[in-house]
Design a protein around this ligand. Structure first.
Ligand SMILES: Nc1ncnc2c1ncn2[C@@H]1O[C@H](COP(=O)(O)OP(=O)(O)OP(=O)(O)O)[C@@H](O)[C@H]1O
Ligand SMILES: Cc1cn([C@H]2C[C@H](O)[C@@H](COP(=O)(O)O)O2)c(=O)[nH]c1=O
Length: 203
């Protein structure tokens, strides 16, 4: 297999980092070149923007513009060239996160986000988006045991339920590329669901 763009999505603490490397390993065992990357980030410039986005106070428009600026650099320098070489790109978050966090969480205008999406990456969309879904309360308990909170992770449960609703809306709009994964289950059960989605596609 070659040239697939796979994204992981979900609220903070959903388990994306936990499962990305196992999925990449599975693809490599089947002969794929795999590039794992993340958003915001993935280039030197985008990682610098990530620091600002995660830690500096700003309004929702500034936040949206910065995540798309980081994404533009990432797509141009890393994602598009890797896909063109025939590599699989596995990305921890992409534009669905912007619709979920800035759109759902912050209440920012989805029409403006759609315009920015079109300008920044045109027709490029993931081939498969694994949405690791779980209640905000469960994710908060997992995060509390794991690390100190950044600007998003410090938000309340209502914010994360709006983000979750943002993901659900995005999946309803583009169901063909989404796989809904029940991430409230234990790690082995989550991994089995991810494997089943790949099996189903012959990947
Ligand atoms: N299915 C699971 N059951 C219980 N704990 C889990 C499960 N999956 C992950 N965890 C734990 O929850 C914490 C958060 O997981 P992880 O860092 O993978 O989430 P994430 O989606 O990458 O978070 P973020 O988006 O904030 O980076 C970690 O301590 C991890 O070990
Ligand atoms: C891509 C993207 C990300 N965010 C937020 C979501 C998370 O809280 C952080 C990234 O942290 P992670 O530990 O790497 O998941 O950024 C966002 O608000 N909008 C986006 O487009």
């Amino acid at each position: 297999m070659s040239g697939r763009f796979i994204t992981f999505e979900g609220i903070d603490g959903a388990g994306k980092s936990t499962h990305i490397e196992a999925l990449a390993q599975r693809l490599r065992e089947r002969g794929a070149e795999v590039l794992c990357t993340r958003e915001p980030g993935g280039t030197e410039l985008a990682e610098q923007l990530r620091e600002l986005i995660l830690h500096r106070p700003m309004d929702a428009l500034t936040e949206a513009l910065l995540v798309f600026a980081a994404r533009r650099d990432h797509v141009q320098r890393v994602i598009a060239p890797a896909l063109a070489r025939g590599s699989c790109v596995v990305c921890d978050r992409f534009t669905d996160a912007t619709f979920a966090y800035q759109g759902g969480g912050r209440g920012f205008d989805a029409g403006v986000l759609s315009q920015l999406e079109q300008w920044v990456h045109g027709a490029l969309q993931p081939d498969l988006t694994l949405w690791l879904d779980l209640p905000a309360q469960t994710a908060a308990m997992r995060r509390a045991q794991a690390r100190a909170a950044d600007r998003f992770e410090a938000e309340d449960l209502a914010f994360f339920e709006r983000v979750r609703a943002g993901y659900a809306a995005r999946m309803a709009a583009q169901p063909q590329r989404f796989a809904h994964i029940d991430s409230s289950l234990d790690k082995a059960a989550v991994r089995a669901q991810i494997e089943a989605e790949l099996e189903q596609r012959g990947w």
